[in-house]
Design a protein around this ligand. Structure first.
Ligand code: IMP
Length: 177
């Protein structure tokens, strides 16, 4: 599908840095230590890397992977590709997610992890598109609420491209060549 990357960032690297620092403080002040962070691959890796370096700790990490997003459309079904490796029973668990769109992925991940009986389960997402929500999933900490745009950079991809950008930009998918 032809697309265009909009030059001007939607969110600059400076804006992201400031907000990620605030999120790190907010997560640590509302959850009892030690924290066990579970990042949803792959989009959350850059966010996770910056978030943990703004935390005091102690923290431990794990990862899970769910079915990848199909281009710029949510398929509506979520599949587990990789489960966590650690036992989270009675732990203070925090889900790290890049973006909440329809909410189906986060809802799936929360249900999966809740079944493993953590002491507490919080969710922190860098971005949220409230107008796209299809479920009433709870997100404890949101970095930025954005309009209904497809965005890339800072870990987020369009067809696996642009994850390396230090800022977040809009991709416009067009039907014209
Ligand atoms: P949801 O299940 O519809 O909430 O979608 C969640 C997943 O879709 C995210 O973890 C992303 O991988 C992907 N996604 C949703 N919106 C975007 C976007 O604007 N850019 C890149 N990936 C997105």
């Amino acid at each position: 599908m032809p697309y265009k990357l909009i030059d001007a960032p939607l969110l600059t690297a400076d804006q992201i840095r400031t907000r990620v620092y605030e999120l790190a403080q907010a997560v640590e002040s509302t959850t009892s230590e030690p924290l066990h962070l579970i990042a949803v691959l792959k989009g959350s890796i850059v966010f996770l890397a910056d978030l943990i370096r703004a935390m005091r700790g102690p923290i431990t990490l794990d990862f899970l992977a769910v079915s990848s997003y199909d281009a710029n459309l949510s398929s509506g079904t979520v599949q587990l590709l990789k489960d966590i490796d650690t036992d989270i029973k009675d732990q203070s668990v925090v889900i790290i997610e890049d973006i909440v769109d329809t909410g189906l992925t986060l809802e799936y991940v929360q249900t999966l992890l809740r079944s493993k009986k953590p002491k507490t389960l919080q969710s922190v997402c860098l971005l949220s598109k409230p107008s796209r929500r299809q479920t009433k999933v709870a997100v404890d900490h949101v970095g930025f609420e954005i309009e209904d745009h497809f965005v890339v950079g800072y870990g987020l991809d369009y067809e696996q491209q642009y994850r390396h950008l230090p800022h977040i930009s809009i991709v416009e998918v067009t039907s014209e060549q």
